[in-house]
Write a protein that binds this ligand. Structure first.
Ligand code: GLC
Length: 884
């Protein structure tokens, strides 16, 4: 985030990794590696290499001769400009037709349990359970898009006197096809490349609950002659400790190993591991078809000591791969599959890149996915998973890009953020101890999937609760494979608090949302340990979920400053404003108030009147303090610094107004009606732009150590006056609360990435099928440029804003509340919503062109009082709502 943050973080990473890798073990590793590299083997390796080299060299002239032919076909002159692709709503895909996207665009496959990122030019980041501690492929995201990035598949076409080397992913041969598309689907990506007499289709996905990445490759001969085609998929491995792979070129390569298992059938399994993992976790690469040849050593595969690179591996210009294994060095897994195809014939091979404890344990999965029928079934099952997931909530409104986002892409992104938190993206690279599963991030992400997968959400909520401290505040992040937690960037400064003032409050909202969605009040009684680094898990203090929530609230209540406002801690939601100890945060006050409201609902549901009463008193006290101390005249201030001076006030030179300072007092109900309207009008006047609402204004113009990280960015970037998208839906929600449906919808449209697909995409640059984290604000010359796609709280909150506040369908303890706040021009809309054991088919009519107000509700033809649909069982219930 901040420069300072970065350099310190770098140091810390090394320390943390060293910490995690017990010193003894680290030493042992080195020793073991040294001891165990049998001399004979080492010699053998050198010999093999020496033996093989001449062969390659011998063919050198040939390669050089042939290469120009292949490169001559390189059509870099293809028009890459214009639109990049389109939404195919029927197939729930975004179809990219141009590989030269302004920046890398990508998709997610699998889950954190096994999966990662697949970019549109075939690069793969893969891990099992933890991107930092169990990485499988090596992807350097800073490399240009045209470079090999962890994986590719080559297609070799052999003709009488020439060889063509292509890739259906375009990269790294950079040869264009006559027709090319990349379909970004729900947890899969599908490429279709046509040209050179072929139609090549590749589908990459991870079957549900499996630990293997499938690459399903089909090649059709669409020419009129017989063709000889070789297909060569390649993956490059990373050391399991992803950061070590980048920082250590001594120990790492000494430990990296590839063995080959040749089966009688001709199938080959390449087994890869870092030496110390041999007995615990091995990666494997195999396929549905016998391999002609293979390589495990990158230098052997690329040939010529790698000088011709990935664009034209020398081995591909000779007959076979080198059948190399590797006792050290850069490990890859490449296999060659041969096809002789008559016209109209299709060849198909499905590869598997998996990880299991041993090859023996992997055999059932290996056998299963060697059968192409099982590959087809796994792909169909994946589609069923998504169908089921998405039917939890489907809408039909007069706005087609709203429908497309709400029915497919936004809930899909919510599923992705639920999985990966902020741990692994092409921006959050998942190295070292910098990130992990973020406490506040995941607590909010869960709000976006609660209507779709409440029980899965509960499991993650339990993990979060288990890294809450006995005192009520929370650790900032944890690592899923070890459940070790840390204090995030607050470790940076000795003299600052080691907690964030908001983390522990979010989980109250999350648990409340789970309880309202499911009615499972028993969950409140579940015992979960509090985090205590110094104690083994079994020795840690335990408390019920209710006790955890009570401690969250008590922490903030007892941690208030001179204005009676909760302290900032190291930072609040805005990570980058790091005021000296003693500062207070008005955002924390509002979040605390909202958490109190949720807790009051919970207390009422469990009929604990006394506790409800206590929290009502706390709420009133906070509300009074905020309105007494923080109203600046036309908006609320956002912080009081350690001296009690306001920040986010008209008195300040920079950061005069902050968006959260206005949206959250409305969301938490602490802003009186007049203040709410005035504050939101100020946001509209001073922070809104055609590309979204800026987080604050004006941006700092130079580093100011008093405020810290925020002033490391130029004005208009990220938290420093940029359009930080996460904060936009909060303004939408606040506008719906005060009944302003037109403005809420205007704000929704401003940041809808799908709406950028036409016309604005070259300014926006980021994927149009998911929300980015930030867009440069109007103080920046590159106003409108988006970055940090996929893993952002924007996804969860925009989904909530759209479904629970604009369409107004919200789970409560008493039933499903219907309270829309829509643009006045909408005459009608409908929502199908699964809730508890039933499906509610809700159609809303708006004959008088209002934004808010429900006049009548009927369920299955029967009128009901009020606007809360009772909890029903049975399948479908027809609900008719008239606004007015
Ligand atoms: C990033 C962080 C998130 C934080 C936000 C604002 O998105 O992941 O935790 O709230 O920045 O600083």
């Amino acid at each position: 985030m901040a420069t300072k943050k970065q350099s310190k973080a770098a140091k810390k990473q090394t320390k943390a990794v060293a910490k995690k890798q017990p010193k003894a073990a680290a030493k042992k590793q080195t020793k073991t590696a040294v001891k165990k590299q049998p001399k004979a083997a080492a010699k053998k390796q050198t010999k093999t290499a020496a033996k093989k080299q001449p062969k390659v060299v011998a063919k050198k002239t040939q390669v050089v001769k042939k290469q120009p032919k292949a490169t001559a076909k390189t059509e870099t002159s293809q028009t890459f400009g214009g639109q990049y692709g389109y939404f195919d709503d029927a197939n729930k895909e975004y179809v990219l037709r141009n590989p030269a996207t302004p920046i890398k665009w990508c998709n997610y496959v699998g889950t954190l349990a096994y999966g990662g990122i697949v970019d549109t030019t075939g690069g793969t980041v893969l891990c099992k359970g933890d991107p930092a501690l169990n990485r499988i492929t090596k992807y350097i995201s800073q490399m240009p898009c045209s470079d090999f990035k962890g994986s590719t598949t080559y297609i070799r076409i052999k003709e009488k006197d020439s060889i063509k080397i292509l890739s259906p992913f375009v990269v790294p041969t950079c040869t264009m096809w006559d027709k090319w598309e990349c379909r970004i689907g729900l947890s899969y990506t599908k490429w279709v490349a046509e040209g050179f007499g072929l139609k090549v289709t590749v589908i990459v996905f991870v079957p549900s609950k499996s630990s293997t990445l499938i690459q399903d490759i089909s090649i059709e001969n669409v020419s009129r002659k017989n063709m000889e085609i070789d297909v060569v998929p390649v993956y490059e491995f990373s050391h399991f400790d992803a950061l070590k792979q980048l920082t250590n070129a001594d120990w790492v390569p000494q430990t990296m190993t590839v063995e080959a298992h040749k089966e009688k059938s001709g199938h080959v399994i390449l087994e890869q591991y870092a030496f110390m993992k041999k007995q615990y976790a091995v990666n494997y690469f195999t396929a549905s078809q016998p391999a002609d040849s293979f390589d495990g050593d990158r230098r052997e595969f690329l040939g010529f000591n790698e000088i011709t690179g990935w664009a034209a591996p020398a081995t591909l210009y000779k007959g076979k791969l080198s059948n190399s294994t590797a006792l050290r060095g850069d490990n890859i897994a490449a296999q060659m599959f041969k096809f002789k195809l008559a016209p109209k014939k299709v060849g198909r091979v499905a590869t598997q890149l998996g990880q299991e404890k041993s090859i023996e344990e992997a055999m059932p999965a290996i056998k299963k996915y060697r059968d192409l029928k099982n590959v087809d079934k796994a792909f169909a099952d994946l589609a069923d998973f998504w169908k089921n997931y998405l039917t939890a909530l489907q809408v039909k409104t007069p706005d087609s890009s709203f429908n497309s986002m709400i029915n497919v892409h936004n809930p899909r992104q919510c599923h992705t953020t639920k999985n990966w938190s902020r741990y692994l993206s092409l921006y959050q690279l998942g190295f070292g101890s910098d990130r992990g599963i973020g406490y506040r991030d995941s607590s909010q992400d869960l709000l976006g999937v609660m209507s779709h997968m409440p029980e899965e959400a509960r499991v993650l909520a339990e993990n979060l609760l288990s890294v809450q401290l006995e005192g009520g505040n929370a650790m900032h992040q944890y690592f899923p494979s070890t459940m070790e937690a840390n204090e995030g960037d607050s470790r940076e400064k000795e003299d600052r608090p080691k907690y964030y003032g908001d983390d522990h409050l979010w989980i109250v909202l999350t648990v409340a949302s789970y309880l309202k969605e499911t009615g499972n009040l028993e969950f409140l009684k579940k015992e979960i340990p509090f985090y205590n680094k110094k104690k083994e898990l079994e020795a840690r203090e335990k408390g019920t979920v209710l006790e955890h929530l009570k401690r969250s609230l008590a922490f903030s209540w007892n941690d208030r400053g001179t204005h009676g406002i909760p302290h900032l801690g190291f930072a609040d939601w805005n990570d980058t404003v790091n005021l000296p100890t003693g500062a207070e945060s008005l955002f924390n006050a509002s979040l605390f108030a909202k958490a109190l409201l949720e807790m009051i609902d919970i207390c009422e549901a469990i009929e604990d009147k006394e506790l409800a009463e206590q929290y009502k008193n706390w709420y009133e006290e906070i509300k009074a303090q905020v309105n007494k101390t923080a109203w600046d005249g036309e908006w609320y201030v956002r912080w009081f610094d350690e001296k009690g001076e306001p920040l986010g006030s008209s008195k300040n030179k920079y950061n005069k107004i902050d968006s959260l300072g206005q949206s959250w007092p409305v969301i938490s109900g602490i802003a009186p009606a007049e203040y709410a309207k005035t504050a939101l009008d100020s946001v509209n006047k001073l922070l809104n732009t055609e590309n979204g609402i800026k987080l604050s204004w004006p941006g700092y113009n130079g580093f100011d150590p008093h405020v810290g990280g925020v002033s490391t960015y130029p004005p208009g970037a990220k938290e420093n006056g940029g359009i930080f998208l996460h904060a936009n839906p909060w303004v939408m929600i606040a506008e719906t609360i005060i009944g302003n449906g037109d403005r809420a919808f205007q704000y929704y449209n401003q940041i809808n990435p799908a709406a950028k697909n036409n016309g604005k995409i070259n300014e926006f640059e980021s994927e149009p099928y998911c929300y980015p984290q930030n867009i440069l604000g109007s103080e920046h010359k590159q106003f409108g440029l988006a970055r940090n796609a996929w893993l952002s709280g924007t996804s969860s909150w925009t989904y909530q804003a759209a479904t629970q506040y604009i369409l107004g369908i919200k789970a409560t303890f008493k039933g499903l509340s219907v309270n829309p706040c829509i643009p006045k021009v909408w005459k009608e809309f409908s929502v199908s919503r699964k809730f508890r054991d039933a499906v509610y088919e809700i159609s809303v009519k708006n004959p008088n062109g209002v934004s808010k107000g429900v006049k009548s509700v009927t369920i299955n033809g029967q009128a009901i009082e009020g606007n809360v649909l009772p909890i029903l069982s049975g399948k479908k219930h027809i609900v008719e709502v008239v606004m007015g």
